[in-house]
Design a protein around this ligand. Structure first.
Ligand code: NAD
Ligand code: IPM
Ligand code: MN
Length: 357
């Protein structure tokens, strides 16, 4: 019996609805297989706690995540209209990514069989991209400030921070990933025509690292036309490595061309395994549909597959993916974002029913 300790943060909005489905699916898979067990410790971190106590997470929250022997973290979306988003995110999710050194945000962009892309004539084989998003610095470094607040001469400065070490490790991860997963090409998202310091250094490092991987093709493209290429020629893309903000935007676009934001998963990885990695849907707390039981749980359930893969449970990870694909291909149980009328729980149940006996 292999036992894993998971930290579970439900989060805000649709968080409770979708994290419940992710957790139930992991337990169901464990019960079917008989060789896995998950112990889950739930944390109430998020907006309700903040409104009650003034803290999104307790003072020892990060230390708890780092030092309690957790194998991974399953995380719900956070953000609630009652609290400004930058307060929520800078007191909860973004410090976790930074302090736990989860420097890779791995985001598969795949059109699964049975799902209709809004792009005309596009088949599942045409969209199979993996975005490797830098996750601890760049535009999200969090450096800056405001002076003369509210005055006519107010100044706001938000500085992007690109370090050589941080840039090199994310680009190297993309090439290592391509090699390990049998992928042929790495495309670097750049903007070195206008960002003459950060992105010119990024390009230099990309060229130097690429030269160490002669077996992997490489190219770079300006982020604006690369965004257009996601729509016009997605089949021409394989692994895409990008800065924090570019990756954020490209992957919601990737989710949209793959049929729904409700499908797209992510892995916030600390590849050194010094700290636990964090798995979450790429979408937000969807306040517009929260509490209605209609959120698509697949992005979260797919994220649990990425979690299993990170734990080395490849077969179990594939079993969850297979169940998701079976249900989507059948097309009988779909949430409204996919054109159906099923509830969150019904879709989760259908996926669990499709797990191997
Ligand atoms: P969003 O992703 O929450 O929602 C965008 C649209 O997609 C909405 O119409 C929503 O209903 C729909 N949607 C999202 N997930 C869905 C699902 N699983 N099933 C069906 N439909 C789904 O983005 P937003 O509206 O820009 O942001 C809402 C809040 O979420 C904000 O507070 C934002 O800061 C926060 N946010 C949090 C995270 C995170 O914690 N990981 C990520 C993104 C946004
Ligand atoms: C994501 C989210 C976060 C990000 C927000 C909530 C800070 O949009 O995970 O994509 O921008 O990274
Ligand atoms: Mn995002």
């Amino acid at each position: 019996m292999r036992e894993y300790q998971l930290a579970v943060v439900v989060g805000d909005g649709i968080g409770a609805e979708i994290i419940g489905e992710g957790a139930r699916t992991l337990h169901a898979l464990a019960a079917r297989r008989g060789d896995l067990r998950f112990t889950m410790r739930e944390f109430d971190w998020g907006t309700e706690r903040y409104l009650r106590t003034g803290e999104m997470l307790p003072a020892d929250g990060l230390a708890t995540l780092m030092g309690s022997g957790f194998d991974a973290i399953l995380f719900g979306p956070v953000g609630d209209p009652r609290v400004p988003d930058h307060i929520t995110l800078w007191r909860l999710l973004l410090p976790i990514r930074q302090e736990l050194d989860q420097y890779v945000n791995l985001r598969p962009v795949r059109l699964l069989p049975g799902v209709r892309s809004p792009l005309a004539g596009v088949q599942p084989a045409d969209i199979d991209i993996v975005c490797v998003r830098e996750n601890t610095e760049g535009e999200y470094a969090g450096t800056g400030g405001r002076v003369h607040r509210g005055m006519p001469d107010e100044v706001a400065i938000q500085s992007a921070v690109f370090t050589r070490a941080g840039t090199e490790r994310i680009i190297r991860y993309a090439f290592e990933y391509a090699r390990r997963e049998g992928r042929a090409k790495v495309t670097s998202a750049t903007k070195s025509n206008s960002l003459q310091y950060s992105m010119v250094m990024w390009d230099e490092i990309f060229a130097a690292v690429a030269a160490e991987y002669p077996d992997i093709a490489h190219e770079q493209q300006l982020i604006d036309s690369l965004a257009a290429r996601f729509v016009t020629r997605p089949a021409s893309l394989d692994v895409v490595v990008c800065s924090n903000l570019f990756g954020d935007i490209l992957t919601d676009l990737g989710a949209a061309i793959s049929g729904s934001l409700g499908l797209a998963p992510s892995a916030n990885l600390n590849p050194d395994r010094r700290y636990p990695s964090l798995f979450q849907a790429i979408h937000g707390s969807a306040p517009d549909i929260a509490g209605r039981g209609i959120a698509n749980p697949i992005a979260t359930i797919w994220s649990t597959s990425l979690l299993l893969r990170h734990l080395g449970e490849r077969e179990a990870a594939d079993q969850i993916m297979h169940a998701i694909e079976t249900v989507l291909a059948a097309g009988a149980t779909l949430t409204p974002d996919l054109g159906g009328t099923a509830t969150t729980v019904a879709l989760g149940d259908a996926i669990r029913a499709a797990l191997p006996e």
